[in-house]
Design a protein around this ligand. Structure first.
Ligand code: KDG
Ligand code: MG
Length: 404
């Protein structure tokens, strides 16, 4: 076969932060790019790709995207989980990239074409105290953002998810061991609703406000929070309860009309099934990279469409600009798309992955280049070596390990 897969390269590098990048080359010289980054576990997914997947791909027809997906998923007894599914996700997006480049079409066109003119985004704002938070909210609104995620410091806690001592938030720390953070849900529950109300007063009713609880509350605490913030009219409350326990959201649902979002750590449609089918959520947040690529997320979003749930893919800086492009192509062609997170990237990441996608005035565009529309500067990656980074670990004030 003259256009068969010939080479599979896995590059682990650190252009501003660590990324696992996959380059699939065909015999006739087309290069497809994929992202398979799992924040803090980069080397595991690189090994899975190099040692167990690359040998299976060489010689295959890159146009058989669904067949390769099924082979890599069903052909393995030990399946699912973040490492396996990010590896498959990286391969899948690289194959869509190849198909787009071979046919001269942007991926969104291959997915059925655009259903919208622009992709609404939300960005992050944080502050240790209210004035600092309001300053960041104002900056986001001045940038043209219509939706802003708000995270605040909590009196008595020196570390809080989503709030940084640096101007830019990046949770993965460059150190041989993870940082340990302290957490107290009751202090947070007492403080956060008042801050949110003050932000709402400040920005008025037009700006969509979002908040992420990062899986830290019990079902009952989450229900209390969802109810307490109702007057502030949140766009969504994210990850209020632990991700492994879909039933936990039922109590929240029964007690509040605050819209609920979850799914950034889900890896397959089966992780989402109960939440979607039983309408326990409003937004499903699977990341294209961590949930098996474009092919699998498309199925998740189709299931969501049947049940009135909107797609809102995870988009932090640990989803590389390559996977981010995949997210935007899918968003452009998905009717039940809701909103796309845009955390932004270090300058070096933009340089390492020159991209056709754009962020302007609060809105995103996938661009019209063939394939995903992302290139890679291999020299720049070679010049910025991987160095270990860990997400933090959290402990309650009595020292018990808790969800970070
Ligand atoms: O790697 C962990 C981050 O992706 C996560 O903490 C970001 O929760 C997150 C979000 O909503 O962006
Ligand atoms: Mg989140």
């Amino acid at each position: 076969m003259t256009d068969a897969i010939q080479g599979v390269d896995v590059i682990v590098a650190s252009p501003g932060r660590n990324y696992v990048t996959l380059r699939i080359t065909t015999a006739d010289g087309i290069v497809g790019l994929g992202d398979a980054t799992v924040n803090g576990r980069e080397l595991s997914v690189a090994s899975y790709l190099r040692d167990h997947i690359a040998p299976l791909l060489v010689g295959r027809d890159p146009g058989r995207i669904e067949d390769i997906w099924q082979y890599l998923y069903r052909g393995v007894y030990w399946r699912r989980g973040p490492i396996t599914m990010a590896a498959i996700g990286g391969v899948d997006m690289a194959l869509w990239d190849i198909l787009g480049k071979r046919t001269g079409q942007p991926v969104y066109q291959l997915l059925g074409g655009r259903v919208r003119d622009r992709i609404t985004s939300y960005r992050h704002a944080f502050g240790w105290d209210l004035p600092a938070l309001l300053d960041q909210v104002d900056e986001r609104v001045a940038e043209g953002c219509t939706h802003v995620r708000v995270q605040t410091g909590v009196p008595g806690l020196t570390t809080v998810y989503g709030v940084s001592k640096d101007p830019v938030y990046e949770p993965a720390g460059r150190a041989p061991l993870p940082a340990e953070e302290g957490w107290d849900s009751e202090s947070y529950l007492r403080y956060f609703p008042g801050v949110l109300a003050a932000v709402r007063d400040h920005v008025g009713e037009q700006v969509g406000l979002l908040h992420d609880s990062h899986h830290r509350l019990t079902s009952n605490q989450a229900a209390r929070l969802a109810k307490a913030v109702e007057p502030s009219n949140l766009f969504w409350l994210e990850d209020v309860t632990p991700a492994e326990d879909p039933e936990a959201l039922r109590l929240v649902r029964q007690h509040s009309t605050t819209p609920l979002a979850i799914g950034e750590v889900f890896n397959t449609i089966w992780d989402c099934q109960q939440l979607i089918e039983q309408r326990l959520i409003d937004y499903i947040r699977t990341a294209i990279v961590h949930a098996g690529g474009i092919s699998h997320c498309r199925k998740i979003f189709a299931l969501a469409e049947v049940h009135g749930v909107l797609a809102a893919p995870h988009g932090p800086s640990d989803v590389s600009p390559v996977a981010y492009a995949a997210s935007l192509h899918l968003a452009a062609a998905t009717h039940n798309f809701g909103i796309q997170e845009y955390m932004g990237y270090p300058d070096l990441a933009h340089e390492a992955f020159p991209h056709a996608w754009t962020f302007e005035n609060g809105a995103l565009q996938p661009g019209d280049a063939a394939g995903l529309g992302v290139d890679v500067d291999l020299d720049l990656l070679a010049a910025h070596e991987y160095s270990p980074a860990y997400l933090p670990v959290a402990r309650r004030l009595d020292g018990t390990v808790t969800d970070w």
